[in-house]
Design a protein around this ligand. Structure first.
Ligand SMILES: C[S@@+](CC[C@H](N)C(=O)[O-])C[C@H]1O[C@@H](n2cnc3c(N)ncnc32)[C@H](O)[C@@H]1O
Length: 317
């Protein structure tokens, strides 16, 4: 997975205002900020080098995760969305991913509390090739203010920054305003727990789960395990330098939930861990009807080819 060229160029342009050393120090601070629980990015984003570090090291990873989740939703959703709402949009990461996955989208509203980050996002949108991004409406306001309605609403890496009561109030309002809602969080035990709380809320509200859960039963994952998935993003030379990394790619781990008001056809299961491809067999952990099982598919089975082409996070059949 690579970022769209115009987005990559826009990020590099922003980075050129700072030395690599300054960006590297800010990247390290950013990493520690996100390792703290419930860290708010709003004060951090007051600082120009910190904002730019976010663009360089976090935006590519969150883009890859959102892209993967939206693709999964696209496979399951019965209707094509035409309007998109990006809540706590940051520099607009989710909207760039949505533009790639749903080229049919034609109206976009982004809500972002940090004015300097919203200004960067607006600048990036002007560099985009699609009218969907170019004609976006940016609202520099809080998620507690009135929300516009949309076919598809996204909260990516945001609810960690809200209190439980803010999340609940936001869910109630979004439920009235959006047909499909997608939430991503870091793929940590804490991120997963926040997703589980939203899942409980959705089920009580009579909503339908689109992904990743193939069932409405209690989540069968038990500590020390938690439900999370990877998305791979290629690292540019600068990204490698800023992270002090040697690998040419990064696997961003995320937890997520997509849900809506209309029932959808659920798959038999979801692959919830690494897929082991041996000689003549494939094995993977599978979440099915409220249970976890270790699935093994041999060369003799009809589903062997599907199993060989599957990866962690995919729906199973
Ligand atoms: C970690 S960043 C994620 C940005 C973007 N969604 C992404 O995935 O790259 C969280 C963003 O949520 C914004 N935010 C946090 N609380 C907010 C609130 N109450 N209202 C609006 N924006 C908020 C922050 O300013 C920040 O830009």
């Amino acid at each position: 997975m690579q970022l769209p060229e115009s987005l990559q160029n826009a990020i590099e342009q922003e980075c050129s205002a700072f030395s690599h050393e300054a960006l590297r120090t800010a990247s390290k601070q950013l990493t520690s900020l996100y390792q703290e629980k419930r860290a708010s990015s709003v004060p951090f984003f007051q600082n120009a080098v910190a904002r730019t570090a976010y663009l360089a090291v976090r935006m590519p990873a969150t883009y890859a995760a959102i892209h993967r989740v939206l693709l999964e939703c696209k496979r399951k959703m019965g209707v094509s969305p035409s309007s998109f709402l990006d809540l706590g949009a940051g520099p607009g990461t989710g909207s760039w991913a949505a533009a790639e996955v749903f080229p049919e989208l034609d109206s976009l509203v982004l809500i972002e509390k940090s004015r300097p980050m919203a200004e960067i996002g607006q600048k990036f949108c002007r560099e985009a090739e699609t009218p969907f991004l170019q004609s976006a409406t940016w609202l520099c306001q809080s998620l507690e203010d009135a929300l516009p309605s949309s076919d598809l609403a996204l909260l990516s890496y945001v609810i960690a920054e809200l209190s439980p009561s803010q999340v609940e109030s936001l869910m109630e309002r979004l439920w009235e305003q959006a047909s499909t809602i997608v939430i991503l969080e870091p793929g940590t035990p804490e991120g997963y727990r926040r997703i589980l709380k939203v899942r409980d809320w959705v089920l009580k509200r009579g909503g339908h789960l689109i992904a990743p859960c193939p069932h409405r039963e209690a989540c069968p994952m038990q500590a020390p395990d938690w439900c999370h998935f990877p998305a791979r993003v290629e690292r540019t030379r600068m990204h490698k330098f800023l992270k002090g990394a040697t690998l040419g790619y990064e696997d961003e781990k995320f937890s997520y939930l997509a849900f809506g008001k209309d029932p959808i056809k659920t798959p038999l299961g979801r692959i919830v861990g690494p897929v082991k491809k041996g000689s003549g067999f494939v094995q993977f952990p599978l979440c099915t009807d409220g249970k976890l099982e270790k699935k093994s598919v041999s060369r003799k089975q009809e589903t062997y080819r599907s199993a060989r082409n599957s990866q962690w996070g995919d729906a199973w059949l």
